[in-house]
Structures are given as structure tokens and as C-alpha cells.
Design a protein around this ligand. Structure first.
Ligand SMILES: [Zn+2]
Length: 86
């Protein structure tokens, strides 16, 4: 009997890291409620820059305050393969 992967839940103890292009994602809604924009980038730097632009263009922020920036950094996640088939 082989262990079947459980959808939505995974054990951190059995996680296997495979070398591949690491993608990072950020759901804007985690920071600005009601926004459904998802940003996916190949590096955190690139993602933060895209979020900065998104915040200015789509949310009318003239400046992204320090508190919001640290909130953004905390909300960055690794992209799982399932997310890309979305
Ligand atoms: Zn947004």
C-alpha cells in the first residue's frame, strides 16, 4: 500500500526538495483584502518589485510604507506545482 498524497495538507517531515527553478508567489488579497491579484515571479526581488508596482497602479498607493513592505515579505510563498495548473 503506497501512501497517497493528501490534498491541501502535507507533512513537513516528508517534504522532498527537488532542484528546479524556484518560483515565488504572493496573493495580494493576503495583504489588501478583497484583491484577487496573484503575483508569481522567479525571485523574491522581482516579486516585491511587481507588488510595489501593483500597489501603486491598482491600489493608488503613492508610497508603500515599511509596515506594508514587511507584511508583503511575510506573505511570500513558494509556488507549488499544483498552483501553476490553476
Ligand atoms: Zn492588489
Amino acid at each position: 500500500m503506497s501512501p497517497s498524497p493528501t490534498a491541501g495538507g502535507r507533512s513537513p517531515l516528508s517534504e522532498i526538495t527537488v532542484q528546479r527553478a524556484a518560483m515565488r508567489k504572493l496573493d495580494c488579497g493576503a495583504i489588501i483584502h478583497g484583491c484577487e491579484t496573484r503575483i508569481i515571479a522567479s525571485s523574491e526581488e522581482e516579486l516585491l518589485r511587481a507588488m510595489d508596482t501593483h500597489a501603486r497602479v491598482d491600489h493608488g498607493l503613492t508610497d508603500v510604507p515599511e509596515t506594508l513592505q514587511s507584511q508583503i515579505r511575510r506573505s511570500v510563498r513558494d509556488v507549488e506545482p499544483a498552483d501553476l495548473r490553476d
